[in-house]
Design a binder for this molecule. Structure first.
Ligand code: C2E
Ligand code: MG
Ligand code: MG
Ligand code: MG
Length: 294
């Protein structure tokens, strides 16, 4: 096929390759500046008790406010930061800033403050032999009880090299912090080996939540995951809840926690804190109220 396409296709290929390489190079340069200029911000998304509707915790999600290109999503720059090693500086900033903000909220809001903070960690951060030390230092500095900090690691990362990552996760849990398996259901681990992983929380990927309403198999899978999690004494967070139907289904299945646009998109600290301590009936959303009153 490549031969039939002729010489010209190689030129096109070359050009896109060069463009991609140039884009990458620019992004890498910009990332270095971004670290120096502190162009990062953390957004926070609520983790809600599905039974009580209470905001129980927050997940910190990094954003890059690029001076010319505007807000850049982590899916676009974390991979570059990983490859270049710049993730170490960014990751440490995120961990420290999330813990600093968490401590400040505890001071200001007391019992109404969220009970736990979740921070995502990537491959290179996990492989850094200093990670345990860094985490310990950060939580001590901000006087955060270890059990209130969750580190989120994706299922696909753990599955990539279980022999390497399982001991690292064990070390982290020895500090007393919690370890979450993120995007569960997308990383091809079998349910039967779940008990071998040193985990506290399963975060069920939003693809299950999206499909559960329409595809009966997904609802059955959700049920199976929840039963297993219960047996293994793992807590469960369902990701990506966007409507009340999904919420009601997950409540019926006995899922403990949820996260998603139904409750709130990730927002700036000053915006998210307006939800602290509020009692909200999430099944009673404005669009439904409109539907019944018209
Ligand atoms: P994640 O940890 O699985 O985070 C959930 C992602 O889903 C977030 O995207 C969030 O905004 C989005 N989301 C939440 N609720 C909904 C919903 O109801 N519908 C839909 N369609 N999406 C929803 P975001 O913030 O763009 O982050 C993407 C990924 O980037 C994260 O996935 C995480 O893997 C990574 N990431 C984010 N912040 C950090 C960080 O500080 N460090 C590292 N290493 N990775 C991070
Ligand atoms: Mg996450
Ligand atoms: Mg996730
Ligand atoms: Mg994800």
């Amino acid at each position: 096929k490549a031969k039939a396409a002729g010489y010209g296709s190689y030129l096109v290929f070359d050009q896109t390759m060069r463009e991609k390489a140039q884009y990458r190079l620019r992004l890498e340069g910009d990332l270095r500046t971004a670290i120096a200029q502190n162009e990062f911000a953390l957004f926070y998304q609520p983790i809600v008790s599905l039974e009580s509707g209470k905001l129980e915790g927050l997940e910190a999600l990094v954003r890059w406010e690029h001076p010319e290109r505007g807000m850049i999503s982590p899916d676009d720059f974390i991979p570059v930061a990983e490859e270049t090693g710049l993730i170490s500086a960014i990751g440490e900033w995120c961990l420290n800033e999330a813990c600093r903000q968490f401590a400040e909220w505890k001071q200001t809001f007391g019992d109404d403050a969220p009970g736990f903070m979740h921070v995502n960690v990537s491959r290179r951060q996990l492989l850094d032999p200093k990670l345990t030390h860094t985490v310990r230092q950060v939580i001590e500095k901000h006087e955060i009880p270890p059990k209130q900090l969750h580190l989120e690691v994706t299922e696909s990362l753990i599955m990539e090299d279980q022999k390497t990552f399982i001991p690292i996760l064990k070390e982290l849990r020895k500090i007393g912090i919690k370890v979450d398996m993120d995007d569960f259901g997308t990383g091809h681990s079998s349910l039967s080996c779940l008990h071998e992983f040193p985990l506290d929380v399963l975060k069920i990927d939003r693809s299950f939540v999206v499909n559960a309403k329409h595809v009966r198999d997904y609802a059955a899978l959700l049920q199976a995951i929840l039963t297993l999690a219960d047996n293994l004494e793992l807590q469960v967070v369902a990701e990506g809840i966007t409507d009340t139907e999904q919420l009601i289904l997950l409540q019926a299945l006995g899922c403990e926690y949820g996260q998603g646009y139904l409750f709130s998109e990730p927002r700036l600290a000053t915006e998210i804190q307006t939800l602290f301590g509020a009692h909200i009936d999430w099944t009673n959303n404005p669009s439904e109220m409109q539907a019944t009153s018209s």
